[in-house]
Design a protein around this ligand. Sequence first.
Ligand code: DQA
Length: 139
Amino acid sequence: MKITIINGPNLNLLGTRETDIYGSQNFESYLDSIRSNFPKVRIEYFQSNIEGEIINFIHESKDCNGIILNAAAYTHTSIGIADAIKSIDCKVIEVHISNTYSREEFRQKSFLSPVVSGIIIGFGLDSYRLALESLITGG
Ligand code: DQA
């Protein structure tokens, strides 16, 4: 089973960026822990600060068993990423570390939510594990 995690802009700075909101763990160490907790799953990881690169990677991920996507700020702006999700058959789960609905109003609009299979928001980095469990169990 192959699952792809895609992180959008500024998520390369997890661990040091706004730690009161996003926590102090960097994504690479979190990724190591979920890879070792799910040894049978091939977890591919891609991060980019560039919208077009994320779109290209979604196109290239069409053969995987599921995509866990935190498009970060592009969630609230990107029709291009929404269209890319619609263009592939692979199941996509939208995740967010913070509860975007308890934050600024502009974070309460997602162009992606209408086109994904499911949404997991506000459980810190554990949002990714919950999404992974859901893809594994086929929920
Ligand atoms: C985020 C929420 C977005 O609003 C924000 O722009 C991010 C991270 C989250 O995971 O909580 O960069 O997607």
